[in-house]
Design a protein around this ligand. Structure first.
Ligand code: NCD
Length: 485
């Protein structure tokens, strides 16, 4: 399917083949941008940034202008109508009439999904809270591909704030799809969230295991001495199903340790501590150990041919001493933002074919299992989710992932909500979730609840196992609208 008219909300919205197409076009655009000037004449791109940005916004604007198109922006979102209480859905509906595509950065996780349902033009996610940042991933993959000639079989250590680093999450999903191995090397307390690991295992058939840090211990300064009582630093290793990565692990005593037989296939992707997401306005770096790249690190023979990437901005996790080192790729990586985003815009705006603008494709998040969305609830348990802020335009919608018991994966922010009860709509009785699998109720007759109080409040009564030969009386059914004390 052509990319024209589509939105890019998650890196999953682009197939591997589409990513390759973007890269081939970006190669041409990097080589001779002037050849593409004029392709976007009379087209307008709106950049809407509700959070700070330098690279992403300016490289999108530069990309559009290098294609000969125009850009409009709201310089200060606190001066926009959002300050008067306008919904995001209304804002993008209007801006979609002024522009042919919208690039959106927003603190709510899933906000670009919401916007892509209402805008009437393609929406590109330029970072939503701590969730995803798919176009940064395109720049990251493009840099790796140019440097190493391939993505399959590379090993990439994703280091730093893995909890809130949105670039980390999108990149991990993409690397898994391209058959690269990933090490997660978190700063203390900044582990990769479970929902990311579970999505990696579930959707990309990867294997996730905990391994000793091995050679990557050097990232914490040598020797990395754990403060008393602190947990041992472990990496999480994600391997694609193709088993070529096992060579990067060796048995050390009783556990597997990371080793680097060939540093030419290793990349370190370092990220800053996302203090703004922890409400820590002042602290540059979180207390505890945090991986850093220094000149000393690059003297270690195991890193002789490593490549160093960083989405920027950096704080103090990447020493300027290594800027001149040929292994440092981060300024090139930032520079690729222009040809990569030119290529993406070119395809989304359908500029390769002359004629009327492409038909807009309203956004639907792809999912494998059935979806669930009911006014009775539950709410997504992630307070930063767009469905918590604008439910009238983004009603909570989940994929029902059937594990031992069903888990509700939010189709906006990906986080998981775990129901403890389910109710049957037809008789308004509720049951413990543990009996879901056994009873196999039809999903269109099911409501999920997080607690008995929630079920009670919705007018549901406990429905114990039916007694043989007796007809059930529902005298304990509460009246609607009451809450159990
Ligand atoms: C990143 C972001 O905004 O998530 N920056 C970027 O887009 N290049 C990384 C960060 O802010 O740490």
């Amino acid at each position: 399917m052509s990319l024209a008219g589509r939105s890019v909300v998650s890196i999953d919205d682009l197939s591997k083949e589409e990513i390759e197409t973007i890269f081939r076009l970006a190669d041409e655009m990097a080589e001779c941008p002037r050849r593409f000037w004029g392709r976007a004449t009379a087209k307008v791109l709106a950049t809407l940034f509700y959070e700070p940005s330098t690279r992403t916004r300016l490289s999108f604007e530069s990309a559009m202008q290098r294609l000969g198109g125009g850009t409009i922006t709201q310089a200060d979102m606190s001066a926009s109508s959002a300050a008067k209480g306008e919904t995001l859905a209304d804002a993008v509906r209007v801006i979609g009439k002024y522009a042919d595509a919208i690039v959106l950065r927003h603190p709510w996780e899933g906000a670009p999904h919401l916007a892509a349902r209402y805008a009437g033009v393609p929406v590109v996610n330029a970072g939503d809270g701590g969730h995803e940042h798919p176009t940064q991933t395109l720049c990251d993959l493009y840099t790796l591909r140019r440097k190493h000639g391939r993505l399959q079989g590379l090993s990439v250590a994703l280091c730093g704030d893995l909890e809130n680093g949105r670039t980390i999450h999108s990149l991990a999903f993409a690397l898994a799809r391209f058959g690269a191995g990933v090490y997660f090397v978190p700063g203390d307390g900044k582990d990769v969230p479970n929902y990311v690991l579970r999505r990696l295992e579930r959707e990309y058939d990867t294997r996730v295991q905990r391994v000793g840090m091995g050679i990557l211990t050097a990232l914490f300064g040598a020797p990395a001495v754990a403060p008393e009582g602190a947990p041992e630093v472990n990496a999480i290793y994600m391997t694609p199903t193709a088993p070529n990565q096992l060579a990067l692990l060796q048995e050390d005593g009783t556990r597997m340790e990371i080793r680097v037989p060939d540093s030419g296939s290793l990349a370190l992707y370092i990220t800053r501590y996302q203090r703004e997401r922890d409400g820590q306005a002042g602290a540059a770096r979180r207390a505890g150990r945090y991986p850093v790249v220094t000149r000393e690190l690059l003297k270690v023979p195991d890193f002789e041919h490593v490549s160093i990437l960083h989405p920027l901005p950096r704080v103090d996790e990447l020493s300027p001493e290594v800027d001149q080192d040929e292994r440092s790729l981060y300024f090139e990586q930032a520079g690729y933002g222009v040809p990569v985003r030119m290529a993406l815009l070119h395809l989304l705006l359908g500029l390769e074919e002359p004629g009327p603008p492409p038909t807009w494709k309203p956004y639907e998040r792809p999912h494998r299992s059935p979806s669930y969305s009911r006014p009775e609830g539950p709410l997504c348990q992630n307070e930063k989710c767009a469905t918590r802020h604008e439910p009238q335009n983004a009603p909570p919608t989940f994929e029902v992932v059937e594990e031992r018991e069903p888990v509700l994966r939010c189709l906006y922010c990906d986080q998981e909500t775990i129901p403890t009860l389910y109710g049957r709509i037809k008789d308004k009785l509720y049951y413990p979730i543990a009996s879901f699998r056994r009873n196999r109720p039809r999903l269109d007759n099911v409501v999920f609840f997080l607690s008995p109080a929630e079920a009670f409040n919705r007018g549901y009564a406990p429905g114990g196992p039916p007694r043989r030969g007796t007809k059930r009386h529902n005298s304990s059914r509460p009246s609607k609208g009451t809450v159990r004390a």
